[in-house]
Design a protein around this ligand. Sequence first.
Ligand code: ZN
Length: 229
Amino acid sequence: MAMAAPPPRVPQVPQNVFPPSTKSHSFSLSQLSIQPVRTKTIVARHSVSAATTSALEGGQAPLSATSAKVLPFRVGHGFDLHRLEPGYPLIIGGINIPHDRGCEAHSDGDVLLHCVVDAILGALGLPDIGQIFPDNDPKWKGAPSSVFIKEAVRLMQETGYELGNLDATLILQRPKVSPHKEAIKANLSALLGADPSVVNLKAKTHENVDSLGENRSIAAHTVVLLMRR
Ligand SMILES: [Zn+2]
């Protein structure tokens, strides 16, 4: 006689394992855990966006370094990817590169400058470019990404740092970057106010695989080292 099968075990899911989701992506200064790095109170000389303003002048907490850990060096990494579509210019590092397609983006879609901005912001412990310059803000529609770089450099300088060196890698199947590399590097160095010898640019294909390798997207990685002035 077969034994009655035991009742199926129902896994007991502990309650409150996952915190309740929050739909809001807004942030406050306390949530950002911004670690100012100098002893003087930081006051933005001009505001670029509401987010920047709230981060720097929000009045919620002074950005003084009373409890900040001052580091001699700070490292930041940036990554960006854009879809490539016919009918758009391809702008890399502020240079218009002839191609059969370009980046569909809210701003000029400059994948290199965007990821350099994120690397600098990351090194400073600040929010990412999407939070500082929200893409639903009409203010940034079609904006040249040099605006974002200049703001990142300003934040870097105001927090007492300068660029040590920067290493960026572009990933795209076509077109070849080598004929434009020096122009891109020179423009990026100028935007950063840095000597070209500390700005390095590499480029590679994606071996014809995935969207990057099929000329449907472009990506970039950047690592920066900031040094305390
Ligand atoms: Zn981007």
